[in-house]
Design a protein around this ligand. Structure first.
Ligand code: IFM
Length: 442
């Protein structure tokens, strides 16, 4: 690890959350049901039967959480807007009370001297739209553009940085292909349609933001998992390239090259994304920010019908079973610069789940999480030194929160949330991150 501080002045220090994972209050002020409310209510879908009805109660406790952000010395806070709060019917009538919440949130974040980064979709589709076909239908992308317009008109005078979609791969592959995330569908054709319409919705929303928010900076967040072959054999290298295509190139190529990767198109044929004339140009309109969510890599070997994941037994892993590989993060960032040349990169998520235990004195010590973040920040520093245009880093997450199908069992926060009381307890990684940021500023 480097010991010198090499990140440039002006580097953006942040922390991230997402609406469904922290807000709670899911029946308040006119919010409608989302696909995640429905999924949680479906027996056997979410560990322990957990749901988002209370979560961290961020909806009511956000002033306290902004005070914590201030104590950290953050430059920026990434949050997401819940579509079911803003347009409860998916299309049409706007719910002013929902907009008012984000209005207050943005004002208080700014009053704390922190820049808001707004994500427009972090997986909480209004259930009513899913009932009409969800992301498999092109109309959902159009509805997303309408919703974007409503949010942009209300917050655009104060929010400059916008992330249209968070992790389209997870939303489409896990939600429509594997059925392990909401809405729980498992069909290859539906998965490809959902993925395409989510990318299309990004392009349509970007047009709205550029039109309605002067000076808007627009980005899209991808979960990028660099893939490595188990051995140097030709078969394993081909398997690794295919896995990379499904995980990474399928999303990067449309946005940066206006095309889907041909090798994966062939692999999935006859299933195909429903591309209409003009879609790829809409998707590929230039973005200001490539937002990278990085947690781990994948190692694969060739098997008869493609590739299989190979568990790296000798490596350290986090509590959720993800291998800790900061060098893969560095290599990913260099590759993104070399192959896609984004104008700027922001690390909009990086962090680790570990099983935190509250000590008898009430404190939470999490040296493993601290080491994870430190080693990944070191990878960012090395990438910046190598000329990769990374402009910011958002730790995932500010708070322990609802980890989707894993419920509340997995803790990613640098602030511990005692769920029975909702008390916030800054972990030792919180204090370390605060000092690290201050050290860089100094
Ligand atoms: O909690 C999630 C987040 O919502 C999206 N990116 C990955 C995180 C950890 O799984």
């Amino acid at each position: 690890m480097t010991t010198e501080r090499t990140l440039p002045t002006g580097f953006v220090w942040g922390a991230a959350t997402a609406a469904f994972q922290v807000e709670g209050a899911n029946a308040e002020d006119g919010r409608s049901e989302s696909i995640w409310d429905r999924f949680c209510a479906t027996p056997g879908k979410v560990r322990n039967g957990d749901d988002g009805s209370v979560a961290c109660d961020f909806y009511h406790r956000y002033p306290q959480d902004i005070a914590l952000m201030k104590e950290l010395g953050l430059d920026a806070f990434r949050f997401s807007v819940a579509w079911p709060r803003i347009v409860p019917d998916g299309r049409g009538t706007v719910n002013e009370a929902g907009l008012d919440f984000y209005d207050r949130l943005v004002d208080e974040v700014l009053a704390a001297g922190i820049e808001p980064y707004a994500t427009l979709y972090h997986w909480d589709l209004p259930q009513v739209l899913e009932d009409a076909g969800g992301w498999v239908e092109r109309g959902t992308a159009e509805a997303f553009a309408e919703y974007t317009e409503v949010v942009a008109r209300r917050l655009g005078d104060r929010v400059t940085n916008w992330i249209t979609q968070n992790e389209p791969r997870v939303a489409a592959w896990l939600g429509y292909g594997l059925g392990i995330h909401a809405p729980g569908r498992s069909d290859l054709g539906e998965m490809l349609a959902a993925g395409h319409h989510i990318l299309l919705s990004h392009g349509l929303a970007a047009e709205v933001l550029r039109r309605d928010v002067p000076g808007a900076r627009v980005g899209i967040a991808f979960d990028l998992n660099p893939v490595y072959p188990e051995t140097d054999s030709e078969a394993d290298r081909a398997a690794s390239w295919a896995a990379d295509g499904e995980n990474n190139r399928w999303f990067l190529d449309p946005v940066f090259r206006a095309e889907y990767p041909q090798d994966i198109v062939e692999r999935w044929a006859p299933a195909a994304p429903p591309v209409l004339d003009g879609d790829m140009a809409t998707i590929a309109a230039p973005v200001d920010l490539l937002c990278v969510n990085y947690y781990t890599r994948r190692v694969v070997r060739a098997v008869e019908d493609g590739f299989a994941e190979v568990y790296q037994g000798d490596s350290p892993h986090t509590d959720i079973g993800w291998e800790v590989v900061p060098d893969a993060f560095y290599e990913l960032l260099v590759r993104l610069r070399d192959e896609y040349a984004p104008a700027a990169i922001s690390i909009t998520e990086n962090g680790a789940a570990f099983e935190d235990i509250r000590l008898h004195d009430g404190q939470v010590k999490d040296p493993e999480r601290q080491a994870y973040i430190a080693s990944h920040l070191d990878a960012v520093e090395r990438a910046v030194a190598a000329g990769v245009p990374v402009e910011g880093y958002f730790v995932w997450s500010l708070l322990d929160n609802f980890e989707w199908a894993e419920g509340y069992r997995r803790r990613f926060g640098i602030v511990y949330v005692d769920y029975p009381t909702l008390e916030r307890v800054p972990k030792s990684s919180f204090h370390w991150y605060r000092d690290f940021i201050a050290g860089h500023r100094a």
